[in-house]
Design a protein around this ligand. Structure first.
Ligand code: SF4
Length: 63
């Protein structure tokens, strides 16, 4: 099974950067205003890694 990322909702500020970089995998939850991981998560590992590296709150990591 492909690697999956997880979002730490305590850290996430809902800035939307991860969704802009890897929209196949991340989506802002309109209720919580936090990012969530889509299922299925269809972004490439490189895109997900870029989102992890770019998240200003370091809220994303590999599961
Ligand atoms: S980039 Fe980080 S802080 Fe911004 S919405 Fe995604 S997980 Fe949250």
């Amino acid at each position: 099974m492909a690697k999956r990322p997880v979002v730490d909702e305590e850290k996430c500020t809902g800035c939307g950067t991860c969704e802009a970089i890897a929209e196949g995998c991340f989506q802002l939850n309109e209720e919580t205003e936090k990012a969530m991981v889509k299922d299925p998560c269809t972004s490439s590992e490189d895109e997900i890694q870029e989102a992890i590296d770019t998240c200003p709150e370091e809220a994303i990591s590999w599961a």
